[in-house]
Design a protein around this ligand. Sequence first.
Ligand SMILES: [Zn+2]
Length: 306
Amino acid sequence: MKNTGRLLGEYTGDKDGKLFIAIAGIHGNEKTGLAALESVFNYLYDNRPEFKGKLIGLAGNLKAITDSKRYVDTDFNRIWKGDIIDGIRRNGVERHEFHEYDELKALLTVIESIAEEVDPANIVFVDLHNTSSAEGMFTFTFEGEDNYRIASALHIPIITGLDKALQGTAIQYMNERGFCSIAFEGGPLGFEKSISIHEAGVWLLLEATGCIERSDVPNYEQHEALMVASAENFPKISELIYVHNIEESDQFKMNPGYVNFQCIAEGEVLGADVNGEVLSPHAGYIMMPLYQAQGDEGFFITKLVS
Ligand SMILES: [Zn+2]
């Protein structure tokens, strides 16, 4: 893969509208969002459809993307915390303590200059990821009418409660700044189809935010059908209730065969670590079972929202 620059693309409409910031590759091995955004920008540049507002595409962890690794020193999607960001702003944090602190500083500088004179209520922040599980896409967002309405356009399960169960994600930071914030876990790692899924999702979100008319989206019905078909039989909305945090010294190993939204029972043996069997503390749906070498969480559990 060629070296990725920070700015993936920029398209400004003639009319006022949302500032839509899309980020891909916050995890460097999750690349289909990069390809999808490239494809969306190529279409926009070639066809110049009418557009309201502005779309900006940004790459996340540049070094990890080049190295095809989830991260270099620390998970880039767990460090968007007030104390870390304050430290980086003050330059009190030693540079290169973690490579990701430099990426955070660079990315924040870009986002702040783009967002500087824009009302936060008019900013949509979308973070594109892949899931390592073979199926079961989903989107994370936060409580709020606009968040739900826009996230629903993806036609995939919505998961809330991220703010209570997991700290330091980019979308949570942007949510606190008042942006409509969505993470789109758009299809399994390493599947060609995941690029199409990410691209479909970005078009649907652009339409839902009013940036582009449905009739100006290329193959809108196809994109919608792809998303609907990819998420059949999954719960519409669930809440994150548990995160199994791990450290390297735990030597956690997930039992094979788990997929997103698989029902699990309380007490079910999900894996093992240095202390023996790891049991599920709750009944619910398992999410993001860890089947890659890097990761700070072994698995997540959600429950249905009634
Ligand atoms: Zn990710």
